[in-house]
Design a protein around this ligand. Sequence first.
Ligand code: ATP
Ligand code: MG
Length: 731
Amino acid sequence: MTTDIFANLNERQRQAVEATEGRVKVVAGAGSGKTRVLAHRFAHLVNNYGIDPAHILCLTFTNKAAREMRSRIARLVGGGDANDFVSTIHSFCVKVLRRDIYRIGFPKTFTILDDADNESIAKQVLQLHGMDRTKKTVRELLNRVAHFKSVVCPDYIGRYMLQTSPRFTDTSGMTEVESFLHYQALNYALEFDDIITFTLYLFDNFAEVRRYWQETLDYVMVDEVQDCNASDWRILDVITALHGNLFIVGDPDQAIYEWRGARPAAFVAWQPDTEVILARNYRSTPEILDVANSIIRHNRMRIDKDLVTMRLPHVKAHYYHAPNDQKEAAWIARTLQRLQAEGEDPGNCAVLYRASYMSRALEQEFIKRKIPYVIWGSVRFFERKEIKDALAYLRLVAVNDNLAFRRVVNTPPRHFGDTSMQRLQQLQRDEQRPLFEVLKDNLDLWRKTRAYPHLCAFIHLIEKCRREQEHMAVSEILNFILKDTGLTESYRDDQKEERLENVEELIHSIRSYENAHRNDDITLARYLQDVALFTNADYKDDGGKVKLMTIHQSKGLEFPVVVVCGLSEGLFPSHRTMRERRLAGLEEERRLMYVAVTRAERRLFLTEAEGYNIQSRADKYPSRFLTEIPPSQLTTEGRIDPTLLDAARSLVRAIDIETGITPGDSVAPADPADGAVPLFKVGMRVRHKFLGEGVITDLSADGDRAKVRFGDDAATERNLLTRVLTPLPEN
Ligand code: ATP
Ligand code: MG
């Protein structure tokens, strides 16, 4: 049966959408409609096959992508919200846990920790062990905890975190890492990655739980599957074991999370019943796609698959070389302003960078020029103090959480300082007892202090909210708390209008959450779990604003105008990554560059600057990625001193030798300015990886191709791409 679901699909896309049963794999390059196929397949299953949407699980990589997917599906399916099972893998696992975590003694109101919570627990643990609580030691402890969970003791849940665990009651001689786990267990608090391991623990140990999800999910589809790690794959294996209907979509050229355990090779090796390859790009102009293809071609470990675009030619990609960081940022700002003057909506523009600190120079410039912008960070939850305070109040109401108690008992100030807190902890005795209850029972001890009336009001407020939470909407509870504590007033008084705006934005976002889940039973605890998975990008209203984000953050998205900045060798590709992972590291960096370039629809700007970089403690030189683009594909602006290029080449060669990357795997930078200081010349001696040393006898005008003689006569001449040649010093 055909409905207009198929009207906007090409033949191969249609084939993928129609392959509903069994194991299906779609492999395709950027912008070829993979995500589009996923949404259409969902609609096809519902509209044409009559599958109940509640039995289709559709996993995407970010909350933003999930939301986008839900609205696309809603448009195709017509009316209403597409189901709750269009989500990230973490949100899906939270649903599994909410339903069944009681089986291992955790309440369904378990807490999900954010980065600040983790730090606060680490500090308490270090204090308990009589150790320094510096930023460095906190970070180290958190790294040790992560290592312990993933490598040293993968069964940490069974061994430490359940009431039946051997180390739950016997806490003698615990290491700091063990104390950390113990604290988590006492407070029913899960770290972000625990969400997946706890789910697997339930699947592994409770056949009923496994069975329930296997029977519930008739169809499972996964976007961006090249970035799934081993645990994600295990989850997929378990939930599809009954029906065997798994539809996976990905692009090995966009695998950018190997450093975090992703297994792109598992995607390549996965044997499907049906495989579809999409080769047409619908996103980028030919000029942009040529640049992307030129770059990714340099990777050795890949299956060749050049994309062809369906879009019409527009303008060449633009490369700007700046004399320093400030000028680079200023140029970007001016360029965006110029585009705006020409009628471009700033909301269509994105600036991408390799590392998040790179946004600082841009921000200064944007503020100065009053360019509206928004940063999409990867920080889970809200990072702002007033938002964290507000949510901590809600957590204290919902789950009597000790971390939340510590955060808000003296916010606003109630004369309850460190001494009072220490005193309260001494009264606690049983570690599992909520501090809030301990305070309530011992309130008399504070009767003669200034804190007393404030603490009475505080206790009264929390208890009132607890009683009312059954009847009141989450947004109403929060509004009430902010008024009753005087926090709203204090933001107004102190003229901290931004804070006031932020909490208002929070309340507004809670209302939309409530609207989106109208038909569900929304409890405060559930809201808090869902919100804990959000990043600040999921909230900010960014209409009409330039978007700033890391390339990792930009995955799967598209923007009419894209600027990729900070393209300096050492920063991007990151030499630290290359030192750690050698050629694999370099190639992952190059895939990241490919992801960046392929976000652009109409305009692409590449920028970098000279100068000293504090982060890498070195001078900056153009990235090798810039030189992998044939000069003929770029419009170049800015003058590069030839000595800078020599230094850049030496830098590339030095790092390649240090990391054991053989010449020919990567190419030393050439002058990106057309015609100036070409890297190759007729008569130049060069080396080829397999053919050995030779001399260039002919060179194409763009410098891309050369004829090289490897022996005495013309029979030894080969026509080669210059990118596989390494120049040799003249003697
Ligand atoms: P990425 O690898 O970056 O995630 P993708 O393969 O998921 O990309 P989509 O985001 O699904 O690609 O599609 C890229 C763009 O092309 C979107 O704007 C999409 O609407 C459009 N598109 C895809 N297929 C078609 C088609 N058959 N007709 C018209 N537009 C299409
Ligand atoms: Mg996609």
